[in-house]
Design a protein around this ligand. Structure first.
Ligand code: AMP
Ligand code: MG
Length: 422
């Protein structure tokens, strides 16, 4: 719903030129083309000998006519019955069409004996096969993570156009709320929502614009919402429940807001509000701090990604084994702070540890470490006092999802877990 309504009102953001290494996390505002073929030459991907595949069989002996290391210009042609020593990353010599790994050969002076045949093309990545010249490497709207930065660096895009960051105003509400730098009175609380929201906005590489806190009065809310609507989007926290002083919705209505939803069957965060106001997305997130954090991730994040010029990324979900029995009220989807532990990570060392000295090969190189079978992760809900419990949330590394049709879930059952942002 957020996506379809916002797609209609969002325009392509303006761009700015920045150096590649400053572009981490930003959204590409241009297509990036390859400046030449990749690889730029037929590249050996093994250390060994460049051969004519037709010359190879178990027991074949070839005469080695030289060597090619990465960066060398190949100048000799491989004739029948000959080969050339080649290193990983070097260009294949003309006449050769495959590489046999050094491990599968025996060298005696300039003669090389093979212990097997190789197929044409084996251990060679042909010129242009990863990326032909003048083709799109990265498309406009892509978020630049480390792999995309490598792809841009490979083709020499030292400066590139990225979309300007959308400015997101953040306004908390509540007579009891004081700035987090202040000392609260006995019945006041520090403004943690503006802090978590600023961090969540910044994590999306958008620009948080904190507007402080509005008192629970029409007048103060009206003035601060008017300021908030000057940005690309406004996120409020608090003041959206059914209490006498929950004034966010009536004040937004005064600004002509069109409400897309004002209640969602989730916990925490049920009273979350999404509206379009003067063409701008406005989110009224419930004030309980965990509700604020969760509803930002579920709803506001999507709007910020769209305003940033990129497609919303799906929530990173995975399945885990629940370690203890749970009981929750049916009819609502629950998002509970929880701890996810790896069963056995795919890249772990084997339980037997590294090879001992006498297990090691006589050469100076150690045997490769074997990797055990990955086990499914396990998830344990954290004890918590409900949606005001910031401490529990700060100890969580995931949100455990309980679907609305489940009242009890037994230990050992598989459940969904969201990894986003924690
Ligand atoms: P509300 O949604 O305004 O009814 O607030 C629900 C609960 O969240 C109340 O206990 C508030 O005191 C608390 N709360 C509201 N705003 C904030 C904030 N900015 N920071 C921390 N807690 C808040
Ligand atoms: Mg309030």
């Amino acid at each position: 719903m957020v996506i379809s309504r916002l797609a209609a009102v969002t325009r392509e953001p303006r761009t700015e030129f920045i150096p590649l290494l400053a572009a981490q996390g930003r959204i590409l505002g241009q297509d990036i083309l390859s400046d030449r073929d990749y690889p730029p030459f037929d590249r050996s991907i093994r250390d060994g000998y460049a051969v004519r595949a037709a010359d190879t069989h178990s027991g074949a002996t070839l005469r080695c006519i030289g060597e090619l290391k990465a960066g060398d210009t190949p100048s000799t042609t491989i004739q029948p019955g000959t080969c050339i020593q080649i290193m990983t990353g070097a260009a294949l010599a003309s006449g050769a069409d495959a590489v046999i790994m050094i491990e599968h050969t025996q060298r005696n002076a300039d003669m090389v004996t093979l212990d097997r045949a190789v197929q044409p093309g084996q251990h060679v990545v042909p010129r242009g096969s990863e990326q032909p010249a003048n083709k799109t490497v990265l498309t406009k709207g892509t978020r630049l993570g480390f792999a995309q930065i490598a792809a841009a660096a490979q083709v020499g895009a030292a400066q590139l156009a990225v979309y300007r960051k959308p400015r997101i105003t953040i306004l908390s509400t509540g007579d009891e709320v004081v700035d987090f730098t202040a000392t609260p009175g006995p019945f006041q609380i520090r403004n943690s929502n503006s802090a978590s929201l600023a961090a969540q906005v910044a994590a999306l590489h958008a620009e948080p614009v904190p507007l402080g806190n509005a008192k629970d009065t029409h007048q103060d809310l009206r003035a601060k919402i008017a300021t908030g609507l000057q940005a690309d989007a406004l996120i409020l926290s608090g003041g959206v429940s059914a209490g006498k002083y929950d004034l966010v919705e009536p004040v937004l209505r005064e600004f002509g807001a069109e409400f897309i939803f004002a209640d969602v069957a989730i916990r925490p965060g049920k009273p979350v509000v999404f509206a379009l106001c003067q063409g701008k997305p406005v989110f009224g997130l419930p004030g309980n701090p965990v509700s604020t954090m969760v509803t930002f991730e579920l709803f506001a994040r999507i709007a910020i990604e769209l305003l940033s010029g990129t497609e919303p990324t799906p929530l990173p979900c995975l399945e885990a084994i629940l370690t203890e029995r749970m009981q929750e009220k049916p009819g609502l989807t629950h998002f509970l702070p929880a701890l996810l532990e790896c069963g056995r990570p795919a890249a772990a060392f084997p339980s037997s540890g590294l090879p001992t000295a006498d297990q090691r090969e006589p050469s100076s190189r150690q045997a490769s470490v074997q990797v055990g079978d990955p086990q499914p992760p396990r998830v344990t809900p954290l004890p918590w006092q409900g949606s005001g419990d910031i401490t529990a949330m700060s100890r969580a590394n995931c949100l455990l999802v309980i679907p609305p049709d489940r009242e009890t879930i037994k230990a050992g059952e598989r459940v969904q877990v969201i990894l986003r942002g924690l």
